[in-house]
Ligand binder design. Structure first.
Ligand code: NDP
Ligand code: GDR
Length: 341
């Protein structure tokens, strides 16, 4: 039986990856943070009481800022595979807490790599790299060879993590891969990321529980895929003969505006846009009520305008391709949020 360790198991991707690995018969270990309220909602359905026999999911307290804890856990668990998904993952928030973001996202990655090196355990390592590395897109579409141009403290921290992963692969022969994943969403997406913020609000507005949705830049373009498809790519990367880095994307891009229109349309609201930039508003074409308003608070000091990935290498070498289309993704998220409302 294979053993895996997931950092960030309580997050969107961590929860889907844990499901996938458990289905494949792995013993799954996850690192969770101590918090004053429960932060394990996304993995509640997988939870096993520690008194059960044949435990398959084992949770450990830890933190990406705590080297000795990470080292001890890695040594004692001795996993075949480590998936490093833990991060302060919100781009806008990284402008407010840049030092913490670097501590967790950049140095946290180094701590794990160093623990692998020092404990000399034989393990394969996956690093959650990101399309945010491309930032100010220097090439369209973006692929493994496209130069990076980070546009936020988050992206700059992830840039360090990308290179230190590559460096430990080259310097110490570790099997270590960067998955350069483009945006991926699901009903488990955190509620402050734009897709989930929109689907939740559209459902609540349609049911009369909320009046308006406040958004930032509607013109940003993203290559949005489905998180469940993307965790399969993580696993595939660790099953190859040789460790390499891969772009994981759909190859399609859409604006935030389009996502918004599709989500509202799903609950029968056709949005009509009037005004420009900060004064732009989205009206319900039937009632004439404003349902979307721009709040400049959500603009970023530096924005990533356009992301579109080229996943050809992953298709060719990993046999991976996305299954869920943009339209299906909106539908999956809307259906789930409608049930919740
Ligand atoms: P989430 O924000 O949903 O999850 C982040 C996870 O990291 C949570 O489990 C969180 O714990 C944990 N975490 C945060 N800080 C610490 C810390 N100091 N110590 C230990 N754990 C910590 O992110 P996603 O699941 O969406 O993303 C997973 C990874 O992939 C992240 O590294 C992200 O940056 C990266 N990524 C995501 C993409 C996406 O579109 N989703 C695209 C490309 C990369 P808690 O639940 O307690 O907050
Ligand atoms: P992103 O995701 O920054 O791409 O990072 P997010 O959903 O936060 O933003 C996408 C785009 O939407 C615009 N936007 C808004 N964003 C938020 N959060 N809230 C708003 O109200 C809003 N209005 C407009 C943003 O300006 C942006 O252009 C995600 C994270 O998961 C990262 O961890 C990951 O690395 C990248 O995706 C790939």
């Amino acid at each position: 039986m294979k053993r895996a360790l997931i950092t960030g198991i309580t997050g969107q991707d961590g929860s889907y990856l844990a499901e996938l690995l458990l289905e494949k018969g792995y013993e799954v270990h996850g690192i969770i943070r101590r918090s004053s309220s429960f932060n394990t909602g996304r993995i509640e359905h997988l939870y096993q009481d520690i008194h059960e026999k044949n435990l398959k999911l084992i949770l450990h307290y830890g933190d990406m800022t705590d080297s000795s804890n990470l080292s001890r856990l890695i040594y004692s668990i001795n996993p075949d595979e480590i998936y490093n998904l833990a991060a302060q993952s919100h781009v806008k928030v990284s402008f407010d807490i840049p030092e913490y973001t670097a501590e967790v996202d950049a140095l946290g990655t180094l701590r794990i790599l160093d623990a692998i090196k020092d404990t000399k355990i034989k393990t394969r390592f996956y690093q959650a790299s990101t399309s945010e590395l491309y930032g100010k897109a220097l090439e369209i579409p973006q692929k493994e060879t496209t130069p990076f141009y980070p546009r936020s403290p988050y992206a700059a921290a992830k840039l360090y993590a990308f290179w230190i992963t590559k460096n430990y692969r080259e310097a110490y022969g570790l099997y270590a891969c960067n998955g350069i994943l483009f945006n991926h969403e699901s009903p488990r997406r955190g509620e402050t990321f734009v897709t989930r913020k929109i689907t939740k609000a559209a459902c609540r507005i349609a049911k009369g529980k909320q009046e308006k949705l406040y958004l930032g830049n509607l013109n940003a373009m993203r290559d949005w895929g489905y998180a469940k498809d993307y965790v399969e790519a993580m696993w595939l990367m660790l099953q190859q003969e040789k460790a390499e880095d891969y772009v994981i994307a759909t190859g399609e891009t859409h604006t935030v505006r389009e996502f918004c229109e599709k989500a509202f349309k799903y609950v029968g609201i056709d949005i009509e846009w009037r005004g420009k930039e900060e004064d732009e508003k989205g009206y319900d074409s039937k009632t004439g009520k404003v349902v979307v308003e721009i709040d400049p608070r959500y603009f970023r000091p530096t924005e990533v305008d356009l992301l579109i990935g080229d996943p050809s290498k992953a298709r060719k070498e990993l046999g991976w391709q996305p299954r869920v289309t943009f339209e299906e993704l909106v539908k999956i998220m809307m259906e789930a949020d409608l049930k919740k409302v």
